[in-house]
Design a protein around this ligand. Structure first.
Ligand SMILES: C[S@@+](CC[C@H](N)C(=O)[O-])C[C@H]1O[C@@H](n2cnc3c(N)ncnc32)[C@H](O)[C@@H]1O
Length: 233
């Protein structure tokens, strides 16, 4: 099993294509912090276009949807055919190797924990480096991730820790922090404090953080933060 491969994500494209629209906390942060319109917005791991399309409709100069999965991008393309949007560009790429110049992106949107899907954690760290590299000083990221300290996070912890020990004993692929695996898609979980530190050391500072997401029952596991990039540290 190749965890978090393009094939794994491609097989889930129909599910993601059915989702549409910003979640309430995402909408609040976008309205508050993505205030300029003469800018380039990168929707990283855009999936089936749930957030890309509303972002494009807000009238930013350019909105780029990037995803590792061709299947996901094909679903987004199909949805885009129904819209008259001339400011959208789709890019197939790995978030850990962003095909953009330094200081070229004003706003980055990471919805529904897409960066938690970059596996293993060294690649995830590389993706965060890439975010800092391409972002213009003064730029904003709206970034979501899984909070391990919520009830759902803890339940996953107790379910996955014995499994990880087993993986270790059997020498299966393993990587601490990836608690949950839905059909080969492992998700990174962390604490709010350590995620803020990961961004602080790359030159970002926290503006605001909210909790919440898709379904009410699961919503507390998602944290969504708005952060400003001050420039390289
Ligand atoms: C949980 S889905 C979220 C999709 C979308 N952001 C949303 O809110 O509906 C994660 C997305 O990240 C993409 N993805 C996973 N690993 C990636 C990587 N290394 N680089 C770029 N995209 C990746 C998947 O293909 C998938 O579309």
């Amino acid at each position: 099993m190749t965890y978090n491969s393009e094939v794994v994500w491609g097989s889930r494209a129909d599910n993601y294509a059915r989702m549409n629209g910003l979640w309430k906390p995402e909408e609040l942060l976008v309205k508050k912090y993505f205030t300029r319109r003469d800018v380039t917005v990168l929707d990283i791991g855009c999936g089936g276009g749930r957030t890309l399309i509303p972002l494009a409709k807000m009238g930013f100069k350019k909105v780029i949807g990037l995803d590792i999965s061709k299947e996901m991008l094909d679903r987004t393309k199909k949805k885009l055919r129904r819209e008259k949007l001339e400011n959208v560009k789709l890019v197939k790429s790995d978030a850990a190797e962003l095909p953009f110049k330094e200081d070229s992106i004003d706003y980055i949107f990471n919805g529904f924990n897409s960066l938690d899907c970059v596996y293993p954690s060294k690649r995830r760290e590389k993706a965060l480096d890439e975010v800092a590299r391409v972002m213009k000083p003064g730029g904003i990221i709206i970034h979501s991730f899984h909070n391990i300290l919520t009830i759902h996070g803890r339940l996953r912890f107790w379910y996955w820790t014995p499994r990880m020990i087993l993986e270790w004993l059997l020498d299966l692929p393993r990587d601490g922090g990836y608690l949950s695996d839905i059909g080969g898609a492992k998700m990174f979980h962390t604490t709010v404090g350590s995620e803020i530190k990961r961004f602080n050391k790359r030159g970002f500072h926290l503006l605001e953080k909210l909790q919440g997401g898709m379904k009410k029952t699961l919503s507390k596991i998602f944290v969504i933060m708005a952060m400003r990039y001050e420039g390289p540290k």
